[in-house]
Design a protein around this ligand. Structure first.
Ligand SMILES: Cc1cc2nc3c(=O)[nH]c(=O)nc-3n(C[C@H](O)[C@H](O)[C@H](O)COP(=O)(O)O)c2cc1C
Length: 135
């Protein structure tokens, strides 16, 4: 199965998930600054929420690469909200991208909150998730 990983990070939390997926699947995790080179069956899109919204770089990536995304699998970290899935669902609908019903989410360190996240348990869980989805 052809899979790709893209991430957007401001403080490093989400990159940890992307790199764990990369280790699990034996492929590279790249920033959303890098367009997809070819059509991919599964795109693990690792993202977070900043002041209640998904960053514009992530939205721009989906829009610019929509034709190459078979299924978008949302992977997110956040301090307060449960997941960025619902927001990503809207981005996918706006760009005509198929989004998987499966998603991964864990807490991410923010100021004094969740200081150790993503922790080892989160990393193991995201690897297991990636294996199930694309292994
Ligand atoms: C500028 C900023 C704004 C944030 N706003 C929110 C927010 O509105 N809701 C929330 O749940 N988390 C919020 N967070 C927490 C981040 O979603 C969380 O720390 C996430 O893991 C950051 O991912 P990153 O380290 O990959 O950038 C914010 C973090 C930053 C740095």
């Amino acid at each position: 199965m052809k899979a790709a990983i893209r991430y957007y990070t401001q403080t490093g939390n989400t990159k940890k998930l992307a790199e764990a997926i990369a280790t699990q699947l034996g492929i590279e995790a790249k920033s959303v600054e890098e367009p997809l080179e070819e059509k991919t069956e599964i795109l693990f899109l690792c993202n977070s929420v900043y002041w209640a919204g998904i960053d514009k770089h992530v939205k721009q990536f989906v829009k610019a690469n929509a034709g190459k995304i078979g299924t978008l699998v949302n992977v997110s970290t956040a301090a307060m909200i449960e997941s960025t899935y619902n927001q990503m669902k809207r981005v996918a609908a706006e760009t005509g991208v198929n989004i998987s019903g499966k998603e991964f989410h864990c807490r991410g360190k923010f100021a004094a909150l969740h200081s150790k996240h993503p922790n080892e348990e989160d990393i193991s869980a995201v690897k297991e998730f990636a294996k199930k989805v694309a292994g």
